[in-house]
Design a protein around this ligand. Structure first.
Ligand code: FAD
Length: 527
């Protein structure tokens, strides 16, 4: 039973993905009374786990970057990230396999990587170009930190405080974002070598978008990764939602798993007053954070005039994907923890996925071999191989039950041919798959999208719906389809922003003393 005594001082969180959990932790640490509704029986959303026949697979995200976001969330409750998660830094960050037999490791040290690229391409200019690209990436990262991150942003006007900080320097920084240019264009200007540029293109796959249509500011992801590192949490990426759920529980968050939300209730002034669950309960609340897809939140849970004002009925979803979970009776020692097995022609591949809307005949496969860092993921000598291929978001005519068998063969053939796994088919002792339809049904996303809304548009592609609703007072958004976008670190930042904004708006009273005093808070949590 809900504690009705607190009435409208309760805050409801819809969805227990990483975004919802981050919001719940932040709000509870600030002293709020929080109840979280999750339609599934587990918490963590896409960061789910599959355990079968002695194999353990992370089902969704596997590459963890920008750990300072997690650090900030834990520090809200005066906890140290190091005490909550056992994180291993991976360097090389990825191993890349190319059709021509070339193999290139992405190292975090920029100079070392520059030298490696010189050797790999036989051209000193490519190494120098990489260093220059990383300088630009660092600059874009710093500007993003200043104008884009850690606050609710929906458009260019929100990024600039026109009255206080809008000056010549600001104008210069905005101009330096290279608006109007694409990620692929900027990469090729610096590093024209087709294999290295293909590797660098793949940073935009973290946001499920084409590098040819994504704004140049997303080149900042390269520096976020080289600076902050790529990390593996022992226990799998699944350990991240588990640690957040543990923290939330200790801070007093009430979890209602197995409970979907069917409606957000508004009062006559279009202000949130509660929600309705799929069990027919009507629950009074002071505010709501929705971790459900932003477009579906407005059109399915809010409705009416507010949904009309929000619009975006035709918003473009990010890409979807097919994941193969392959339990092998062999480890491939030549693999790193994270590997990319690239397509022949990236332009053609992205054209299939993002323009034509059909699976690419020659796809890039991302391969995780987690026994590299944690042998216990598989029986001795085996591997819990995870293979992800990006596909278009779901179209009405897609039928993945029919498409999967042939596409699986395309993927397996690619691994055997390009990544030295010739006998893979004979080594599979356990197998399962997740298709775009499965992703759509399990996580209630937009058209099977893995990463929320696409970041397409060379000017405004990076902007998503803001974390504080402009349409409905008392509604906040967290997750991959809200600012600042998808991927583990960004959705957790989105949850933190939603929680922080709601708390600062002061529309719901705190019911407990915050975990940190205001002064301590300022000293510890500023990133
Ligand atoms: C296969 C795959 C691979 C990925 N790889 C990576 C990676 O390597 N690195 C990375 O950083 N990111 C990766 N991602 C992306 C990353 O997983 C997501 O961006 C992130 O986990 C999304 O978190 P979220 O909180 O936005 O949403 P979700 O995880 O989708 O959580 C939303 C939750 O809300 C619940 N919900 C929805 N509607 C309702 C409702 N009405 N009532 C109650 N509950 C509801 C859903 O059941 C779900 O649990 C990957 C994703 C997938 C699927």
């Amino acid at each position: 039973m809900l504690n009705q005594r607190n009435g409208s001082s309760r805050i409801g969180v819809i969805g227990g993905g990483l975004g919802g959990l981050a919001a719940a932790c932040t709000l509870a640490a600030r002293g709020h009374d929080v109840v979280l509704f999750e339609k599934n029986e587990w918490l963590g959303g896409k960061a789910a786990v599959l355990e079968e026949d002695g194999f353990r697979f992370d089902m969704g995200p596997t590459i963890l970057t920008v750990p300072r976001v997690l650090r900030r969330i834990f520090s809200e409750a005066d906890r140290r990230l190091e005490d909550e998660l056992d994180l291993v830094r991976l360097d090389p960050q990825w191993r890349c396999y190319f059709e021509d037999g070339g193999v290139l490791d992405l190292n975090e040290d920029v100079d070392l990587m520059g030298r490696t690229i010189e050797k790999f391409t036989g051209d000193p200019k490519q190494g120098e170009g990489y260093r220059k690209f990383l300088e630009l990436s660092e600059h874009l990262h710093r500007v993003s930190d200043k104008f884009f991150f850690w606050k609710s942003v929906e458009g260019i006007r929100d990024t600039l405080d026109m009255s206080n900080s809008f000056n010549l320097q600001t104008l210069k920084e905005v101009a330096s974002l290279r608006m109007g240019r694409s990620v692929a264009g900027v990469i090729r200007k610096h590093v024209p070598d087709h294999r290295v540029s293909q590797m660098l293109d793949h940073f935009t796959q973290y946001v499920g978008s084409s590098p040819y249509n994504s704004p140049a500011v997303l080149c900042s992801i390269a520096h976020m990764q080289t600076e902050g590192g790529v990390w593996y949490p022992i226990g799998g990426t699944r350990a991240v939602p588990e640690a957040l759920a543990k923290l939330a529980g200790e801070l007093g968050v009430e979890f209602r798993t197995g409970t979907g939300v069917t409606r957000i209730l508004l009062d006559d002034n279009e202000r949130v007053r509660g929600l309705v669950t799929d069990r027919g309960e009507e629950i009074e609340l002071g505010a709501v954070v929705s971790n459900m897809d932003a477009v579906r939140t407005y059109h399915e849970l809010v409705g009416g005039k507010a949904a009309k004002r929000f619009g975006r009925e035709t918003a473009e979803p990010a890409c979807s994907g097919v994941v193969l979970y392959l339990g092998l009776n062999k480890r491939y020692d030549h693999l790193q923890h994270h590997n990319f097995v690239f397509s022949k022609d990236p332009e053609e591949e992205f054209d299939w996925i993002y323009q034509r809307g059909e699976p690419a005949p020659d796809p890039t496969a991302y391969v995780a071999a987690p026994s590299f860092s944690e042998p216990g993921v598989a029986p001795p000598g085996g591997e819990a191989l995870y293979v992800l291929v990006h596909t278009p978001y779901l179209r009405p005519h897609h039928n993945w039950a029919e498409t999967l068998p042939a596409y699986r063969k395309t993927i397996i053939d690619k691994l055997a041919r390009v990544a030295g796994m010739e006998d893979i088919e004979d080594r599979i002792v356990y197998e399962s798959a997740l298709t775009p339809q499965g992703i759509h049904d399990r996580y209630r996303v937009l058209n099977g999208a893995i990463y929320g809304l696409a970041s397409h548009g060379k000017f405004m592609g990076a902007f998503k719906p803001g974390n504080r609703s402009r349409q409905v007072e008392g509604l906040y958004l967290a997750g991959g389809a809200a600012h600042p976008g998808p991927g583990m670190p960004m959705v957790m930042m989105s949850g933190w922003i939603a929680g922080d904004t709601l708390d600062r708006d002061g529309i719901v009273e705190r019911v407990r003393t915050p975990s940190l005093s205001e002064r301590h808070e300022m000293a510890t949590v500023v990133p």
